[in-house]
Design a protein around this ligand. Structure first.
Ligand code: KG4
Ligand code: ZN
Length: 359
C-alpha cells in the first residue's frame, strides 16, 4: 500500500459549494496530527445571491450547488495537480445543514465513489469546523464552534472523541449577528457588516443623552449554556425607540454604537463560557471554528482573556479562509477517519440535516 493517501473532500451544507484535496501520510507522524497537507481549497460562495433576500433561500442554494459542484471539484483537482484517478478517498459533509444543499454534495460524492470505486467517508460539518486547525492541537481541548447554525462548546478528548458540554438554547451566535444586522439595516451576512460598523465607533463610545447598554445573557449562570435570542430582542426594542427620537446623523452614530455593544456582548459571553469550560476540563488547547470565529474582536478578546486567566492554555484559531465553510476542513476531519477506517458503503450514504456530533 502507498505511504501517502489523497482525499477529495466536498462541502455543500449551506450556501458555499466547496471542494478540496488533501495529501497525507498513512501513519500519523506525531501526535499533533499534522501529517498532512492541503493541496487545494476551492470555495464558490453564494452569499451575494442570498444577500438580495436577506438570508439563505434553500431552493436557490440547492440550484447553485448543482451548477457549481463539478466545476469546484475540477478546480480543486487542477490546483492540487491531481487526476481524479489519483484520489484514494472521497469525503463529504453529510450534516448538519440544509437538506436540499446536503443532498447535492452527498449524491455527487456517492456517484464518484461508486463510479470510480473509491472508499467514501461521511463527515459531520461541526467536526470539520472543530478540526479546521489541528496544528499544535493537544488534548484535552475545548472547542468553540460558532457559526450561522450552531454555537457549541465541545470537549475534544482525543481525535474523534467529542462531548458536547454546552450550546445555545435558541439562536446561534452567527444567526444573532445576521438578525441584528437586519434590524439595524446593515445588510447580509450580518457578521462582517456588524464588525465593520462596530469598528467605526473607535474612540466615540457615546452620544450625549443616549445610553446603549445591552445584557450579557447567561453570563452569571453556572454552566455552559448560552442564549442569544433575548439579546437580539433587546436590540430591536432599543433600536425602535432610537429611530423615533434621533436625528439622521445621530441615528447613524447610534447604529454603529449598537453594533459595537452587540458584538461586545456576544463576545463577552462566548469568551467567558469557553474560558470556564477550559478551566473545568483542564484543557491544554482552546480551538475556535465556524464563520463567527473570523470575528476580530472575538479573536483578540479570546487571546487576551485566556492569556490572562489561563496562561498555559494554547488558543488555536483557523486562518480566515478556514473559518467559514470550506472543504479543506472536511478533508482534515476525513484524514483522521481514514486512519480509523471509518468508511461508509456508498449506497448507504444519506444526508442527515440534524446530525449531532457525538463520539
Ligand atoms: O460557518 P459558517 O460559514 O456557516 C455555517 O455553518 O453556518 O458561518 C456563517 C456565519 C454567518 O452567520 C455570518 O454572519 C457569520 O458566520 N460571520 C461572522 C463574521 N463573518 C461571518 N460573524 C461575526 N463576525 C464576523 N466577522
Ligand atoms: Zn459552518
Amino acid at each position: 500500500m502507498k505511504k501517502q493517501l489523497t482525499i477529495l473532500a466536498i462541502e455543500s451544507s449551506c450556501d458555499e459549494t466547496a471542494a478540496a484535496v488533501l495529501s497525507g501520510s498513512r501513519y500519523m507522524l506525531h501526535d499533533t496530527g499534522h501529517s498532512f497537507k492541503i493541496l487545494s481549497n476551492c470555495v464558490s460562495s453564494q452569499v451575494q445571491v442570498h444577500a438580495k433576500y436577506g438570508g439563505v433561500v434553500p431552493e436557490v442554494a440547492a440550484r447553485l450547488h448543482i451548477e457549481k459542484i463539478l466545476p469546484m471539484i475540477q478546480l480543486a483537482l487542477k490546483q492540487a495537480k491531481k487526476k481524479i484517478a489519483e484520489i484514494d478517498y472521497i469525503a463529504v459533509t453529510a450534516g448538519p445543514g440544509l437538506m436540499s444543499s446536503l443532498m447535492i454534495g452527498t449524491e455527487t460524492a456517492k456517484t464518484l465513489a461508486l463510479a470510480l470505486n473509491k472508499q467514501l467517508i461521511r463527515i459531520n460539518h461541526i467536526e470539520g469546523h472543530l478540526l479546521s486547525i489541528t496544528e499544535q492541537l493537544e488534548f484535552p481541548a475545548v472547542g468553540l464552534v460558532v457559526s450561522g447554525g450552531h454555537t457549541q462548546i465541545i470537549l475534544v478528548k482525543d481525535y474523534l472523541k467529542y462531548k458536547l458540554i454546552g450550546e445555545t438554547r435558541d439562536d446561534a451566535a452567527g444567526e444573532a449577528f445576521d438578525k441584528v444586522a437586519k434590524i439595524l439595516g446593515l445588510g447580509y451576512p450580518g457578521g462582517p457588516a456588524i464588525s465593520v460598523a462596530a469598528a467605526k465607533v473607535e474612540s466615540v463610545k457615546s452620544i450625549p443623552g443616549i445610553e446603549i447598554k445591552l445584557p450579557r445573557p447567561m453570563l452569571d449562570k453556572v454552566g455552559f449554556e448560552m442564549s442569544f435570542s433575548g439579546l437580539k430582542t433587546s436590540v430591536l426594542y432599543k433600536w425602535n425607540e432610537l429611530v423615533k427620537i434621533l436625528s439622521p446623523e445621530n441615528l447613524d452614530k447610534a447604529r454603529n454604537l449598537m453594533a459595537y455593544e452587540f458584538q461586545k456582548a456576544v463576545v463577552e459571553v462566548l469568551v467567558a463560557k469557553t474560558a470556564a469550560a477550559a478551566l473545568k476540563f483542564k484543557a491544554k488547547t482552546i480551538v475556535l471554528g465556524g464563520g463567527v470565529s473570523a470575528n476580530k474582536w472575538l479573536r483578540s478578546e479570546m487571546l487576551r482573556v485566556i492569556s490572562e486567566k489561563l496562561p498555559d492554555v494554547n488558543v488555536l484559531m483557523p486562518e480566515m479562509k478556514m473559518a467559514g465553510d470550506n472543504a479543506a476542513m472536511i478533508a482534515q476531519a476525513a484524514y483522521f477517519h481514514v486512519l480509523k477506517k471509518d468508511f461508509i458503503e456508498p449506497t448507504k450514504l444519506k444526508p442527515d440535516p440534524g446530525w449531532e456530533l457525538v463520539s
